[in-house]
Design a protein around this ligand. Structure first.
Ligand code: NOJ
Ligand code: CA
Length: 506
């Protein structure tokens, strides 16, 4: 859930904790088990809250700590768990630690951050670049030293080699665990610890400072800035703390390669890691097979499957837009749903939302070819403000069509919302699959992707024409998207971009 855009309770145009609280029935009725809420901590909002100025409080724009307690209690009453976003890689430059660090090399908190003298040419200390483009170093003129930041200059990286930082975060975890959170989503997990010698990364591709930020990133082999094995010591420590509370750690494990993901979630640290490859492919059956099958043997039940997030264009937009993109996204979610691991929806995916339209002059995201489109307000109801706010939304976007709203879709048998809610209901009726091995039953080719786990079969037609799938005699269909027909006793006909789940208990 992207809190700024979920629900505004007080008309200031910004989603807030009480807004979430007031929509808990909607979330519980959808059939989800937990909610990950993006950062609501005090922040100058240079990166919309991923620049934290106080890890143990609530920004007044989002509410108060009392509101947070109200939210947690309401969630627990409905059997929902709330996971908060922990942002340990960097703080805001407005955090008191960094303010103090800036007072000079001898300050108490200088070593909470990563500082280095200029390189031999007087420029940055090494060749590291930021995820958002540009050098990963900013000069502090007062001391003549550079500080490191993987993101904006307003987001200085914390020094995880400093035991004092480690201890601060132990306290931060316990602060929220004691308030009843069900765990944490770890922002930029895996990049916490940096090379102790701050060595430059080998350059492996052409360097073009005008290229888009992702291409810039790929010009280097990131041996020294991210994914240092010492980060695991931190995760193991957090795991021990979370185990006391039966709480979960979900990593933002940004890796396109299954082995890279597996290395980040070996099992004794974070409980799960998001697998990002499905957010970076076109709709092509071989690519789909590859991203579905790729990490399973290596990561298994620790996988977190998601088609979208607040950082990429919405899945229906990426997969062709309109109803085509919506059908494909639902099909992908059906495929995710019975694989080892946990399927995760991004707010509004259950309404089939495509990206919101943000006029060029209203763009707010600090990142190039920004992330505003997937962050526009939830359309709760038809009309101006779409029921998100009674005021002016923080991010201006075109009003959504009436049939895109929750009001129009909830309880309507043929709506996207009903299809997603129906999927979640069906999942709840299936036998426990955790110990059932996964068998791909599609032979590895053709337009239908299919697998079996114990008594449960799943098939999805990824093509734009109809295809059939054999099911065991006596199997019963547990879930089907609208274009699925029973075609004889042992066969389902799947119209273009349709999927089904069946159970064979015979
Ligand atoms: C990942 C978050 O999801 C993204 O929104 C943020 O900009 C970066 N981490 C930096 O914290
Ligand atoms: Ca508000």
């Amino acid at each position: 859930m992207y809190i700024r855009s979920f629900a505004d309770s007080n008309g200031d145009g910004i989603g807030d904790l009480i807004g979430i609280h007031d929509r808990l029935d909607y979330l519980a009725d959808l059939g989800i088990d937990f909610v990950w809420v993006t950062p609501f901590y005090p922040s100058p909002m240079a990166d919309w809250g991923y620049d934290v100025a106080d890890y143990c409080d609530v920004d007044p724009r989002f509410g108060t700590l009392d509101d947070f307690d109200t939210l947690i209690n309401g969630a627990h009453r409905r059997g929902l768990r709330i996971l908060v976003d922990l942002v340990p890689n960097h703080s805001s430059d407005a955090h008191p630690w960094f303010r103090d660090a800036l007072t000079g090399p001898d300050s108490d908190h200088r070593d909470y951050y990563i500082w280095a003298a200029p390189g031999p040419d007087g420029g940055p200390p090494n060749n590291w670049i930021g995820y958002f483009g540009g050098p990963a170093w900013t000069l502090d003129e007062a001391s003549g030293q550079y500080y490191m930041h993987l993101f904006l200059p307003e987001q200085p990286d914390l020094n995880w080699r400093n035991p004092a930082v480690v201890e601060e975060f132990d306290r931060i975890l316990r602060f929220w665990l004691d308030r009843g959170v069900g765990g944490f989503r770890i922002d930029v997990a895996g990049a916490l610890v940096k090379d102790d010698l701050l060595r430059s990364n080998p350059q492996i591709g052409p360097w073009d400072p005008t290229a888009d930020r992702y291409e810039q990133w790929l010009a280097f082999d990131h041996l020294h800035d991210v994914f240092q094995p010492e980060s695991h010591d931190v995760f193991r420590r957090w795991r021990a703390i979370c185990d006391e509370y039966d709480a979960y750690l979900l990593g933002e494990t940004y890796h396109q390669d299954p082995q890279g993901l597996a290395d980040l979630v070996p099992g004794d640290g974070m409980h799960g890691g998001f697998w990002f490859a499905p957010m970076h492919i076109d709709w092509e059956v071989d690519k789909l097979r590859r991203v579905l099958a790729g990490p399973i043997d290596l990561v298994g039940e620790r996988l977190l499957w998601a088609a979208g997030s607040h950082d990429v264009p919405r899945s229906p937009t990426r997969f062709g837009g309109g109803d085509l993109g919506r059908e494909r996204t639902l099909v992908l979610n059906v495929l995710f749903s019975c694989l080892p691991g946990v399927p995760v929806l991004y707010q509004g995916e259950e309404l089939g939302l495509v990206d919101g339209r943000v006029p060029e002059e209203a763009v707010l995201d600090p990142v190039d070819n920004g992330r505003d489109g997937c962050r526009t307000p939830m359309p709760w109801a038809p009309g101006s403000g779409n029921g998100f706010t009674s005021g002016e939304a923080w991010l201006r976007s075109e009003q959504r069509a009436d049939n895109e709203t929750a009001h129009a879709q909830v309880g309507e048998p043929d709506s996207w919302h009903s299809r997603y809610a129906g999927l979640l209901v069906a999942l709840g009726t299936l036998p426990d699959l955790v110990y059932e091995p996964l068998v791909w039953t599609d032979g590895g080719y053709g337009p239908v992707i299919a697998y079996r786990r114990g008594p449960v079969g799943v098939a999805a037609n990824t093509a734009s024409d109809e295809h059939h799938v054999e099911i065991p005699a006596g199997a019963s269909v547990a879930y089907a998207t609208p274009g699925v027909r029973v075609d004889g006793e042992r066969r389902l006909a799947l119209a273009a971009h349709n999927a089904a789940i069946w159970v064979d208990l015979s």
